[in-house]
Design a protein around this ligand. Structure first.
Ligand code: UDP
Length: 353
């Protein structure tokens, strides 16, 4: 019999790629739950054997409980995961990312279902490099300290909520009441990430801001100068890791926390802006507008009061590599070519129609 997988929050960026990958594996039957399915519409065809349920998990917790009972495995991707929203609406961030997530965890315990829970690399907060700038500190799932800023910097409400969930899940695991895997994504990028701010109101992640600036002839804003660093991971590589965790061969992923990210793809945000600008003009042969300049801006001015930042996020990804054989394939340049190509083609379609 097929393994029945319940994907909660399946309509987002990560979920849409996981649904697509699972639909190609005959051993799984998948139920995808979310408020909207715009991103799934790109990939869902009647024949692919995925059932989509349009549900608000906050409105219908009992239905969520029943669904959890009916499936073998739960993948929880329910979250607000954009820094702009943590700053603009910290209470909603907490309610969804903590309170509603707790209901999912409790139902998994009640019905004894394995839970794959999406945490975040943001739980690590700031790196110790802020105290010792000459050293590179790798975030280790089981040993690194988690360094968050003060309450007045309410950006950290997201990391605090997610961190407490990680601790709660771990604690239930200690009591042998929950079989789980926690995933900490390191800046995934790829088609269907977010939206472009010229086309929709709000604060997407940095890739979408820069892509938007290039397509619509606006400045590329470097928050607080753009020295902060991130390691980018292509969504296809990440999805390969997620599938290995779902497979859980020999139970190797049970009760583990995994960083999913490639330290080989580290760049400063200024470096990301310059690489995207360069690819836009050379690889894609387009002429960036003279308005697409690089402008430094303060975090409070860009996002609003309460913004603070992670200075550097370097994953130690030894554990996922050793326990599952995972190895990322895409370099930063390769993933930017793929992702920018998707958005440029989409933009041309919009303009032509
Ligand atoms: N950032 C930027 N310009 C933008 C948007 C974001 O310089 O137009 C910075 C942001 O301050 C952060 C980094 O880019 O330091 C990555 O931001 P993102 O929103 O992608 O997510 P994060 O990695 O902080 O969770």
């Amino acid at each position: 019999m097929n393994k029945r997988v319940l994907l909660l929050g399946a309509g987002g960026f990560i979920g849409s790629h996981l649904v697509e990958a699972l639909s190609k594996k005959a051993i799984y039957s998948t139920t995808a739950v979310d408020l909207t399915k715009d991103k799934l519409d790109e990939i869902l065809r009647p024949h692919i054997g995925v059932e989509f349920l349009q549900l608000d998990i906050a409105e219908d917790p009992e239905r969520i409980g029943l669904l959890i009972q009916e499936h073998d495995l739960v993948v929880n991707m329910v979250a607000i995961a954009n820094p702009g929203i943590y700053v603009q609406d910290p209470v909603s961030t907490f309610e969804l990312d903590f309170t509603e997530n707790m209901n999912i965890i409790r139902q998994c315990i009640k019905h004894q279902k394995r839970l794959i829970h999406f945490s975040t690399s943001e739980v690590y907060g700031k790196s110790p490099s802020i105290y010792q700038p000459d050293q590179a500190f790798y975030f280790d799932e089981d040993n690194s300290d988690l360094i968050l800023g003060p309450v007045s910097k309410h950006r950290w409400i997201y990391a605090s909520a997610k961190q407490l969930l990680d601790r709660v899940i771990h604690a239930y695991g200690l009591k042998d009441e929950l079989d789980y895997t926690i995933i900490r994504p390191f800046n995934y990028v790829g088609p269907r990430i977010d939206f472009l701010p010229s086309e929709e109101e709000g604060f997407p992640r940095v890739f979408s801001f820069f892509m938007d600036a290039l397509l619509y002839g606006k400045p590329l804003y470097l928050v607080n100068g753009g020295d902060q660093k991130r390691c980018y991971t292509y969504i296809k590589d990440a999805t390969d890791a997620h599938l290995r965790i779902i497979e859980n061969e020999g139970g190797s992923c049970s009760k583990q926390i995994f960083n999913i990210g490639s330290d080989e793809n580290e760049t400063s945000i200024e470096g990301l802006a310059k690489t995207m600008f360069h690819l836009y003009n050379t690889y894609f042969g387009r002429n960036a507008s003279s308005n697409s300049t690089f402008e430094s801006i303060s975090g409070d001015e860009f996002y609003g009061e309460g913004y603070d930042d992670s200075d550097r996020r370097l994953p130690n990804s030894k554990k996922i590599r050793e326990l599952t054989g995972w190895s990322p394939y895409y370099s930063l340049e390769a993933m930017l070519k793929e992702t920018m190509g998707y958005y440029i083609a989409r933009h041309e379609n919009v303009v032509i129609q």
